[in-house]
Write a protein that binds this ligand. Structure first.
Ligand code: SAM
Length: 289
């Protein structure tokens, strides 16, 4: 019988056999809890024939559960020694790519209806979530540090709200799926974790994300300032022009970015675009935070 890759002793044995000490810099905290693994896999609602993409399979705890349901599992792992282990452990049943998930074309790999899963390496969870949302899987189940999971679900008015929250609202329904404690990983991380489920939906506002993104970026870059001042600093408008655009969008100029809903950002972006106040090119500095 195949050994269970959610067993702490098996995971330690595999790592020792490979001469690997889990690397903090690669976010290597391996899942060692069978029930949590099953909860994660169930979130994908896998039907036979579904394409599944896993980011950061590690020793293969989640992968092993995926292969019980699908014969079309694709896993992207950056650590060469783990890639070697995954190839020899699972053989041709698993498609393994030795690659950086951030450099991988997730959309192509997912195909038209692929589903995505990952116990994400925490050091790059924010850009990875943005890449996942933009790749639009049929569903994504992601293990995240609680702070990031909270940011994804932060309502207007919450100080946890940021550009990533707005991108998530634009692209998907965000569902809290499971909580995880440090003892469910080897080695235990310093922070608690949460599993969230992303269910992509059609855009709830008329504008494209690329049209809204610069306004969201400016509002959160100057999150301590009023919106009128943030637009002045970030877009180089006069205070009068910034105030007038906000009033046209029916947003009080003294509000702060974290209080705005996605619909309000949409209205503001449309008013600023009408006035020719938005930069033509994306600001490379405006990655979600
Ligand atoms: N999925 C496994 C589990 O749940 O036990 C491992 C999760 S561990 C938190 C994150 C995994 O992502 C590690 O195996 C690590 O080597 C891998 N990883 C780190 N950075 C990566 C990157 N940029 N692209 C792909 N994999 C990466």
């Amino acid at each position: 019988m195949e050994s269970k890759l959610t067993s702490p002793s098996v995971v330690r044995e595999v790592l020792a056999g490979l001469g690997i000490r889990p690397l903090k810099r690669l976010g290597q905290n391996f899942l060692v809890d069978y029930n949590l693994r099953e909860r994660i896999v169930s979130g994908l609602e896998i039907n036979p024939g579904d394409r599944i993409v896993e980011i950061g399979p590690g020793v293969g705890a989640i992968t092993q559960g995926l292969l019980e349901w699908s014969e079309d599992v694709h896993a992207i792992e950056i650590d060469r020694a783990l890639v070697g282990h995954l190839r020899s452990f699972f053989g041709p049943r698993l498609h393994v790519y030795e690659a950086d998930a951030l450099e991988t074309d997730l959309k192509s790999l997912l195909g038209p209806a692929g589903k995505l899963v990952g116990n994400l390496p925490y050091y790059i969870s924010t850009p990875l979530i943005a890449a996942v949302l933009q790749a639009r899987p049929a569903v994504a189940v992601l293990m995240l540090q609680s702070e990031v999971a909270d940011r994804l679900q932060a309502p207007p008015g919450s100080s946890a709200r940021g550009a990533l929250t707005l991108l998530a609202e634009y692209a998907a329904d965000v569902e809290a799926w499971a909580k995880a404690s440090p003892g469910q990983f080897y080695p235990p991380p310093k922070v608690s974790s949460q599993v969230i489920r992303l269910l992509p939906h059609p855009s709830p506002v008329a504008l494209s994300w690329d049209a809204i993104r610069p306004v969201v970026a400016v509002a959160f870059r100057y999150r301590r300032k009023t919106l009128a001042r943030a637009l002045r600093e970030g877009l180089g408008l006069t205070l009068q022009d910034a105030t007038s655009a906000l009033e046209a969008a029916e947003i009080a100029p003294q509000r702060r970015g974290e209080t705005l809903s996605l619909a309000e950002f949409g209205r503001l972006a449309a008013c600023l675009a009408d006035r020719g106040s938005l930069p033509a090119q994306d600001d490379p500095d405006d990655a979600p935070n």
